[in-house]
Design a protein around this ligand. Structure first.
Ligand code: CA
Length: 518
């Protein structure tokens, strides 16, 4: 860095900076590290009447008593008394709107108009026999029960050292292991969720349609239930008579894998339209800037993907529940709106069964960070879904079969959400984080987006995209969205590798099992 640049950066750090997220907003957020003092003159000429802390809102115009306070283009509350332009819009000055009941929601009343199609964008992917496209070429070995995990891991080590080098077009061999399969109420009403999750993960487009299952032999979940078609050659049980020793079991697994590696090795990347992308969105370890930088940039990228004809899934029921009335309005039709309500209803009942609720109240940390209420907090989360119409809803573990913006109902838990999005057919996940997590998946690349530049610098070998540049004024939300969109195409094409894959940082899959364990 030369001296002139250093001077510029230092001056930049002191310039007052605010962010307005939507043209309709009558408030903006202060970005500067220690807030902005009273008397600060903003670039547009507005002068602050009070100190406004970092992450908090200032009024851009006078907001009369009882008039709406608008952020993210939505009403987050009403002014208790008149708020002057340049005032700090504190929590105490906002009357929170009543949360509508699930049976009184507006459905499909504000369907966003279709945005201009985005044509000509492509990536280099692996076309599969079923028409889907993978962004990786992985042999995934499914399991019907946890009992086989150790043996399979042993066999995979052998495959990776002795067999995989012979098939250079195959990226990896991955075990799909989990805690399900035995010691569970296999016929309980909700058992369909973990079972269909495993069935659909085996069909993930990154696995090329080559399903292979390792079972034990006495488990409740029969391994053949994980085979998409009746194909005995795709399955082995450790207890099969032919296996007279541990060595035999390992050899059988290695031999079966070779047959599939041969087929997968013939897969070649080809140019396909961006409409073949199936992208999962998630956040983990959020902070005050999640809804200001990373999630809005992701929302813009999500709109670009939808305009390009791709499938984009957002999830995490407990993070959208309190802004559900905004989502049902955006539903493309009545059926989609009703499906959204159905998933919220199911989850409310699931939590109630466990004596829990969605802890609707914002935490003291949220409020200190500038989030006045749960509506504002949820808006910061759902902003990553962009502004497109919601064209479909899928339940936990279901596979997505339509294009456009989908809500895939999952818990917010990073591992469970990732696992369910893989079952939905996700090829790649975009993960926004403020606090930081080295999260990754062996089955699909995960692009990690930081909310702040400080985190991106500190973890420069873990964070793939720095959305903090929006707060520092280096780029706009739109520019960040376009850059992220391009990064998605590069990672999908194998031109760029995410940090988690470079280091091999891969979390366990965790099934969502709302049914009893025995
Ligand atoms: Ca999460």
């Amino acid at each position: 860095m030369n001296e002139a640049m250093a001077t510029l950066t230092a001056a930049d750090a002191y310039a007052p900076r605010t962010i307005k997220l939507n043209a309709r907003d009558n408030v903006a957020i202060v970005v500067n590290d220690f807030g902005l003092p009273a008397g600060t003159r903003l670039p547009d000429g507005l002068t602050l009447r009070q100190f406004v802390p970092q992450g908090h809102k200032l009024a851009l115009v006078e907001i009369a008593k009882d008039r709406p306070i608008i952020r993210y283009g939505e009403i987050i509350g009403y002014a208790i008394d008149t708020i002057a332009a340049g005032d700090w819009v504190e929590e105490a000055r906002i009357h929170m709107p009543d949360a509508p009941e699930l049976d009184r929601l507006d459905i499909a009343t504000a369907i966003p108009a279709a945005q201009e199609p985005l044509t000509g964008y492509t990536f280099e992917g692996f076309r599969n026999p079923d028409g889907s496209v993978g962004v990786k070429n992985i042999l995934a070995i499914s399991t019907s029960v946890q009992c086989v995990a150790g043996t399979l891991e042993f066999a995979i080590k052998k495959i990776k050292t002795e067999v995989l080098p012979l098939y250079p077009n195959v990226d990896d061999v991955v075990a799909v292991t989990h805690g399900y399969g035995c010691g569970v109420a296999i016929n309980a009403p909700d058992a369909y969720i973990p079972i269909r999750t495993l069935q659909n993960i085996a069909k993930n487009p990154n696995f090329g349609g080559e399903v292979m299952v390792v079972g034990l032999g006495c488990e409740k979940l029969a391994p053949e239930r994980l085979l998409p078609k009746d194909d005995p050659a795709g399955m082995m049980r450790l207890q099969d008579e032919g296996n007279q020793s541990f060595g035999d079991m390992v050899d059988t697994i290695v031999t079966m894998s070779e047959a599939r590696l041969k087929i997968l090795n013939q897969r070649k990347r080809e140019t396909v339209p961006a409409s073949e992308l199936v992208i999962g969105l998630q956040c983990g370890g959020s902070d005050a800037f999640s809804g200001v930088t990373a999630n809005p940039a992701l929302g813009f990228a999500s709109d670009l993907l939808v305009r390009a004809g791709a499938t984009v899934m957002f999830s995490e029921v407990t993070e959208v529940r309190d802004a559900i009335e905004l989502l049902t309005r955006r539903a493309a039709n009545e059926d989609v709106g009703r499906a959204l309500v159905r998933e919220m209803d199911w989850y409310d009942a699931y939590l109630a069964r466990g004596g829990a609720d969605r802890s609707a109240n914002t935490t003291p940390g949220n409020k200190k960070g500038g989030l006045a209420n749960i509506v504002e907090k949820s808006l910061g989360s759902i902003v990553k879904s962009g502004s497109s119409a919601i064209s479909g809803v899928i339940g936990p573990g279901e596979r997505a079969t339509t294009k456009g913006l989908l809500f895939a109902a999952t818990p917010a838990s990073d591992f469970i959400c990732g696992t369910l999005q893989l079952a939905a057919g996700m090829q790649m996940q975009i993960f926004t984080t403020g606090r930081g997590t080295p999260y990754g998946l062996a089955q699909a690349p995960v692009i990690k987006v930081s909310t702040r530049t400080e985190l991106a610098k500190r973890w420069s070998d873990l964070i793939d995209f720095d959305a903090g540049r929006i707060a520092s004024g280096e780029m706009t939300i739109e520019e960040a969205g376009w850059e992220l969109f391009q990064l998605i195409l590069d990672v999908a094409s194998g031109r760029k590798q995410v940090w988690a894959d470079k280091w091999g940082l891969h979390n366990d899959l965790v099934l969502f099992n709302p049914a009893p364990v025995t």
